[in-house]
Unconditional design. Structure first.
Length: 255
């Protein structure tokens, strides 16, 4: 059998179940760390519940993903999770799920591992959202999830530092209301509202026109130029204001 015939024959098995994202559908990639509880608490102990080093690794990873060949409008990270909103007209690789999932998981794992100096792995899946409102809802969902997880994490680690076992701390928090958790932190002289926003709401990364000082090569004069570059926002708005923030970002990207 000639190579061309063999190639055509076997490609069928490779692509028979290809799934693509239809035109007009918004794509959001959800990327999560694999086995990161062990990685960050045992293999490479980070400060609990939040470590600026880990935060910075995740931010740099998102920035890498937004510069690796895809048209990404907005990147968001909380804990070991990343969400990427693609431009509505993004058409790379024929919008095939398997290509986005494999490439993004690989790029994320590679970039994070290089910073960590050790092996780390991420998985990826593509969410298909048929309208703007669902995109807004998706990012509001992750923003609220970050808030919930942050409150639980601060409570859990305060109990652990107070000699509670893993199970005892987990069971105690599981029985508490949000008000009870805030009261628990008050007993340890922690006001949850005063904690850094990035710990409670995650971090947004997006393209913005930013002024930068430079020098005119012909005249030697100091000049200010505008450059399109990634902006890291560690003070994201919350609740309905965050909804409007995401809505405006989508609308601007489609103008």
């Amino acid at each position: 059998m000639k190579f061309d015939e063999l190639d055509s024959k076997m490609r069928i098995y490779e692509t028979a179940h290809d799934k693509i994202v239809l035109p007009g559908m918004y794509m959001v990639a959800r990327i999560d760390g694999r086995g990161f509880t062990k990685l960050t608490k045992e293999t490479h102990p980070f400060e609990a519940p939040f470590d600026p080093r880990f935060r910075d690794y995740m931010v740099e990873t998102v920035k890498h993903l937004m510069n690796c060949g895809f048209n990404v409008v907005y990147g968001y990270t909380e804990s070991d999770e990343i969400s990427l909103l693609f431009h509505l007209e993004e058409g790379a690789f024929g919008r095939k799920h398997r290509k986005y999932n494999s490439i993004l998981a690989g790029e994320t794992s590679a970039k994070f591992s290089l910073q960590l100096g050790s092996l780390a792995a991420f998985d990826c899946r593509i969410c298909e959202l048929p309208n703007r409102q669902l995109v807004v809802d998706y990012f509001r969902w992750r923003n609220e999830d970050a808030h919930r997880n942050s409150l639980n994490a601060h409570c859990y680690w305060q109990l652990r530092k107070d000699n509670h076992t893993r199970q005892s701390a987990t069971d105690t928090i599981g029985k508490m209301s949000t008000a009870d958790k805030n009261e628990l932190l008050f007993r340890y002289n922690i006001n949850f509202n005063d904690l850094p926003s990035w710990q409670k709401r995650g971090i947004g990364i997006y393209w913005a026109e930013m002024e930068k000082a430079g020098v005119n090569p012909k005249t030697g004069e100091q000049v200010v130029v505008k450059r399109r570059q990634l902006y890291v926002n560690q003070e994201l708005p919350i609740k309905d204001e965050y909804n409007r923030f995401i809505q405006e970002m989508i609308e601007q990207s489609e103008q």
